[in-house]
Design a protein around this ligand. Structure first.
Ligand code: FEO
Ligand code: CA
Ligand code: CA
Length: 696
């Protein structure tokens, strides 16, 4: 057996961050190796305002502390399945850095940080326990067989938990004590790690159809174990559901029914089969879930149109060759099918018979997530980022109020909330002179990367129809070619806007910007105050304050809350907190809040050479900026879907073992079930051994 690679996080060649070439190939169709799709001349111009000097005396921590070597052996769940019942990971880690804070930390974050490491396990803090909730292939529907890696079929997969779990939601289940509905995204498939002897040049129809069934969403009821945080799937529950690449969806909003989305199989332009590359998402206050279709471009072959180029849709065959098995994936033969992907989709997990929807009013781009809050008068606001280097982030403000209650009348009304309102794109200005933003990450003289911004309207839909706010584009065109609309209005080119989350306690909004290796390179946009580092390997987190703290505001203030990396690196910033007392972090991706108001960040592609993980950071009080690592994930994996409940943390361990050269025959990870078993993406729950709340 091939020797396992010790460090997957190690930046390999020119791959951005620490992701393997294999992840780039299967996850986003090698997006970072293709030309940046945003070649618009739309440039950020920082406001040349001589900022008030030393608004805050910015500390530049002189003390630099060495990151502790990841020597302390974590003990993980890898091993016999019985080991899962009593995992002991995290034992013995005394903190992630040389001088861990002696104080106990902000409420909700009082745990001993996990040290950065490259262990093929999930490592959690001392005193915490973990277990797998559900793995790829576990049966969830009536009649679905147990997972057998050697006997996979499309029919079996359609009743089993899908591959590569990303976004997670847990919804309450009234009348069934101790049970909740878990909803998960299945972003993409990695056929090399799924099928023994997979030939990428000649995939079989069965393999392709298994992949279709392994994409999409799962809803599965889970039951709490009394006295612990453990969750167990309730197989065959009436609410359990699989949505796949062939499930029927209803297209809604201004583009529904337009010529741009009509195909030979759907002359109405309203009925779409399937959802693809669902990355992160959101849970609505009306009890549904939203799921962002992200790198949908990689599934479509043979395009030569300029509009498709802006979305990174290729001119040749695709990696998975689906176009050989269904012509809708061949743009040359079915030109409009690709216009029916790249949306935010909505699922009603309480009605397994319902037809899920694709909301065109929220725009078409590589949606990372879709996070919902309500305005003061009960209208929905959705934040959503376009995960591409030099692309934009957006806000939707609805015009209809949410109805309370669980009646069919209320639920039907609420399912239409995202079809009327206005979609905006963000334009940011810095408040420091442009000359002070030199691309190194050095703070400007006013001590902060900060400024103001505006939400620029793109399209408004009412019950009487939709109007475009973009010259030369119709409302339908804005909804289908939203990136081009953003180009035209001069939106700010960001460093891969990923997940966005408003704080439930302060109303401030946090935007994860994962990285951008091309920032400042010849031919690309240079640094600006909101994206201040050239060749930005480690990413940053932007904090946005809506004017008057109103969710429907059209103006905002912003500042960079974190500039990620090794705290020893002078080009990092942790909201002003002393940098010798924080964990290193790289490539923030998904964000979540706990009820204490702490921000939790999971990472994708740690460019510091250690595994991805989950971190908590205080956003207010005198510990604001104190970032602590809570867990790490196994070889090749990305940490996704964080959910922070009072007594439980849930993460989706996505693409474990996805390391260049790995295959079923030569695995690079044995997680979660140990040697001799197939590596499987899975959802993990973490709780305190003493049964108390997380981090108190
Ligand atoms: Fe699917 Fe942008 O991560
Ligand atoms: Ca400034
Ligand atoms: Ca992500």
């Amino acid at each position: 057996m091939r020797k396992l690679l010790p460090l997957i996080g190690t930046p390999s060649g020119s791959h951005p961050g620490g992701r393997s070439a294999m992840t780039c190939r299967f996850r986003c169709g090698d997006a970072c190796f293709h030309e940046v799709p945003n070649t618009s001349s739309n440039e950020y111009v920082g406001d040349v305002i001589a900022g008030a000097l030393s608004r805050r005396s910015m500390m530049r921590a002189a003390a630099v502390v060495t990151v502790a070597a990841a020597g302390a052996g974590a003990v993980g769940v890898a091993g016999a399945p019985s080991a899962q019942a009593a995992p002991v990971a995290g034992r013995g880690h005394g903190g992630g850095h040389g001088k861990p804070s002696k104080s106990r930390g902000a409420r909700g974050l009082r745990f001993t940080p996990v040290a950065p490491n490259t262990d093929d396990v999930v490592t959690v803090p001392e005193g915490y326990r973990q277990d797998v909730v559900i793995r790829w292939g576990e049966p969830i529907l009536r009649g679905a067989p147990a997972f057998d890696p050697e006997k996979q079929t499309a029919e079996a997969q359609a009743g089993q938990f899908g591959y590569n779990n990303d976004f997670l939601a847990l919804l309450p289940l009234r009348g069934e004590h101790g049970r909740q509905v878990l909803v998960a995204n299945h972003e993409y498939t990695d056929e090399v790690l799924m099928f023994r002897g997979y030939d990428p040049d000649n995939p079989t129809r069965e393999q392709v159809e298994i992949a279709w069934a392994a994409h999409g969403l799962s809803a599965v009821v889970v039951e709490e174990e009394r006295g612990s945080g453990k969750l167990t799937p309730v197989t065959r529950h009436r609410l359990n559901r699989r949505v796949t690449a062939t499930t029927e969806f209803r297209l809604t909003g201004p583009a529904a029914g337009s010529d741009l989305v009509k195909t030979s199989a759907d002359r109405s332009g309203r009925k779409v089969l399937g959802t693809l590359n669902n990355c992160s998402g959101g849970t609505t206050p009306w009890g549904t879930t939203l799921h962002g279709e992200e790198n949908f471009n990689q599934y479509f072959a043979n395009s030569s149109r300029a509009t498709d180029k802006r979305y990174g849709i290729g001119t040749g065959a695709t990696e998975r060759k689906w176009e050989r098995f269904d012509k809708r994936f061949d743009v040359a033969r079915e030109p409009n099918e690709v216009h029916r992907f790249g949306y935010v989709v909505e699922l009603d997990p309480y009605d397994p018979e319902s037809t899920p929807r694709k909301h065109t009013l929220l725009g078409r781009f590589k949606h990372e997530a879709a996070t919902v809050r309500l305005t003061h008068d009960g209208r929905p606001v959705v934040y959503t980022g376009d995960d591409e280097r030099f692309d934009y982030f957006y806000k939707f403000v609805g015009s209809k109020r949410m109805r309370h209650g669980n009646s069919r009348w209320a639920r039907e009304h609420n399912l239409s909330l995202l079809d009327e309102g206005t979609l905006y794109v963000a334009k940011l200005s810095g408040d420091s002179p442009a000359i002070e933003i030199d691309g190194t990450g050095k703070l400007p003289r006013d001590g902060e990367f900060d400024g103001s911004g505006r939400w620029i309207p793109l399209v408004t839909a009412t019950e009487d129809g939709a109007v475009s706010h973009v010259d030369g584009m119709s409302a339908e065109e804005v909804c289908v070619f939203t990136r081009l609309a953003g180009d035209k209005v001069g939106a700010t080119k960001m460093d891969r806007p990923e997940d966005i989350e408003p704080s439930p306690t302060t109303g401030k909004v946090y935007v994860a910007l994962t990285n951008n290796s091309n920032r400042g390179k010849a031919g690309y946009a240079g640094p600006d105050e909101a994206n201040p580092r050239n060749s930005n390997k480690h990413g940053h987190v932007l904090e946005l304050t809506e004017r008057w703290n109103r969710a429907d505001a059209t103006a905002f203030a912003w500042s960079l809350f974190l500039v990620a990396g090794d705290p020893e690196d002078p080009a990092t910033y942790f909201a002003g907190f002393p940098k010798d007392r924080v964990s290193p972090i790289s490539c923030p991706d998904n964000v979540a809040f706990d009820d204490h108001g702490n921000l939790w960040l999971s990472t994708d592609g740690n460019a510091l050479g250690t595994h991805d993980g989950l971190f908590g950071v205080a956003t207010k009080g005198d510990r604001r900026g104190e970032l602590k690592q809570f867990l790490t994930v196994p070889n090749g994996a990305e940490t996704c879907g964080p959910l922070i409940q009072d007594r439980r943390v849930l993460v989706a361990v996505q693409h474990p073992g996805e390391i260049d050269g790995a295959s079923v025959e030569e695995p690079a990870s044995t997680w979660p079930d140990g040697p001799g078993t197939l590596v499987r993406p899975a959802v993990v729950a973490v709780w305190r051994a003493d049964g108390r709340d997380i981090g108190v």
